[in-house]
Write a protein that binds this ligand. Structure first.
Ligand SMILES: NC(=O)c1ccc[n+]([C@@H]2O[C@H](COP(=O)([O-])OP(=O)(O)OC[C@H]3O[C@@H](n4cnc5c(N)ncnc54)[C@H](OP(=O)(O)O)[C@@H]3O)[C@@H](O)[C@H]2O)c1
Length: 290
């Protein structure tokens, strides 16, 4: 898989690799990080209304001098923005924050609340040409299949927790069946569980003269998964983008397959305590962005 872009089911092309800005809530820092990412070569930028940094993302893009149509910008409607009317209003706020007149990809952030109403709103916005592609995030297979049966337009992307410790091969097969592009959030699991120092990943990296981060990203791309790593450091942005000059062997892929812990490491949308946490966050969003 050496293609640096992938076609969604509606023919729209998106880069395989993008840049995420979760937890970069300081707006100056976010604008600087996105400006650096653009200078490094990233053209897919992933934000969300809940990250509270859409204004910084839009500002960096508008100041970059790179034409708007060269970018592929994703944002997401959060659980307090679900429902037909709410999502329509949320989309307007997101466009205002970004300072754009269209969005490339709009996602239902979580499978909670009235996301069927939200989906109808997204379908309409898509048909009106205000969004180039629509999709979901954190939808497990049952939710995806149900939405595919009931929707007029099937989701084009599902953004999921996907990294060597949570590989989800069976779910990826179902997404492929429905023509949905999988996109990995937290491709490094934010470095948890010693991902950057794991002996198997380190030995594969050494064999290829690459870093562990590059091996992790390359592994996902080679199995057809789009990636949106985040870093506020320019050297890491460059490192994370330099994954197109080597290839993991079938044996490398097999060794990485053995690292699967087969359960979420970051967010389990099925866990009651997680659902409580997400809804409670809406009551008290002072601590962090989500
Ligand atoms: N849809 C969802 O529910 C959802 C959930 C979470 C995330 N996301 C999206 O996915 C994006 C990526 O996920 P994430 O930010 O949670 O985690 P991530 O990309 O797995 O990890 C980011 C962490 O890894 C570090 N890092 C980045 N490159 C590195 C490298 N080459 N070597 C060593 N450390 C490196 C970063 O540190 P520095 O910044 O200090 O370099 C940061 O602490 C987010 O930014 C967001 O856009 C979506």
């Amino acid at each position: 898989m050496d293609k640096r872009s992938i076609k969604l089911s509606n023919g729209v092309e998106t880069p395989m690799e993008g840049f995420g800005v979760f937890q970069v809530s300081d707006l100056k820092m976010c604008e600087q990080a996105v400006s650096d990412a653009i200078a490094t070569g990233y053209r897919l930028i992933d934000t969300a209304s809940s990250y509270k940094n859409e204004t910084a993302v839009g500002a960096a893009i508008r100041k970059s001098g790179v034409p708007r149509e060269d970018f592929f910008v994703t944002s997401k409607a959060f659980i307090n923005e679900m429902g037909y009317e709410q999502t329509k209003a949320a989309f307007g706020r997101t466009l205002d924050n970004l300072g754009f007149d269209y969005l490339d990809l709009y996602l239902v952030h979580m499978p909670f609340g009235d996301y069927y109403g939200a989906w109808r709103a997204m379908e309409e916005l898509y048909k009106e040409g205000r969004i180039r592609a629509i999709g979901v995030s954190n939808f497990q297979s049952d939710r995806i299949i149900d939405l595919c049966y009931t929707a007029d337009i099937k989701p084009m992307v599902n953004q999921l927790e996907l990294h060597p410790f949570y590989q989800r091969e069976e779910e990826l097969a179902i997404l492929r069946k429905y023509g949905i592009v999988p996109q990995a959030w937290a491709p490094f699991a934010e470095g948890m569980n010693g991902m950057f120092t794991h002996p198997v990943l380190k030995s594969i990296a050494e064999e290829h003269g690459k870093t562990v981060a590059q091996v992790i990203l390359r592994w996902n791309v080679q199995r057809g998964v789009s990636i949106i790593p985040k870093s506020v450091h320019r050297n890491r942005m460059e490192e994370n983008l330099a994954i197109w000059d080597f290839e993991l062997s079938a044996e490398d892929m097999r060794r990485i397959a053995t690292l699967d812990l087969a359960r979420p490491q970051m967010l389990d949308p099925r866990k009651p305590s997680e659902v409580h946490r997400l809804f409670n966050y809406l009551e008290n969003p002072v601590l962090t962005s989500l």
